[in-house]
Design a protein around this ligand. Structure first.
Ligand SMILES: [Zn+2]
Length: 141
């Protein structure tokens, strides 16, 4: 799982590679071929580690972008949500319920807006497809 330490790992790998490159450039004496190969291998390893860490960082940023988009959407709708019985409804400017109801458990616990659906096995119930909370449709009508 990517986390913010991926960025620090990438920076550390790049710094190591840069330090090795500087040391090679500033070296007065001619390096033995074996020593040069060793230093280059060390630099390649540092660059590869940095690349992996950058990929992890990219994944982290993409996941955060998705979460921000989800929260923006919820923020936009939440001002127009009204709890009714065991669900939430979107309301229009006049306060009239619009659309299908959302699961109150998912909204209140995870800020997820999940529409409840009719339970195919118990037709008189609505069920949340995410958390499986059931609601008697009589309480919604
Ligand atoms: Zn739910």
């Amino acid at each position: 799982m990517a986390d913010i330490s991926s960025i620090a790992a990438a920076l550390s790998g790049l710094k190591t590679a840069i330090d090795i490159a500087k040391a090679l450039k500033e070296s007065d004496s001619l390096l033995e071929k074996a020593e040069l190969k060793y230093k280059l291998a060390e630099m390649i390893t540092s660059l590869a580690d940095a690349k992996i860490a950058m990929v992890e960082s990219q994944e982290l940023i993409q996941n955060k972008d998705k979460e921000i988009e989800k929260l923006k959407e919820i923020f936009k709708i939440s001002g127009k949500l009204e709890r009714y019985a065991y669900v939430y409804y979107s309301t229009d400017d006049a306060g009239k319920k619009i659309g299908d109801p959302f699961c109150s458990y998912c909204y209140e616990s995870k800020q997820d807006l999940i529409h409840v659906v009719q339970d195919p096995s118990k037709r008189r119930n609505f069920v949340c497809p995410a958390c499986k909370t059931e609601t008697d449709w009589h309480t919604l009508s």
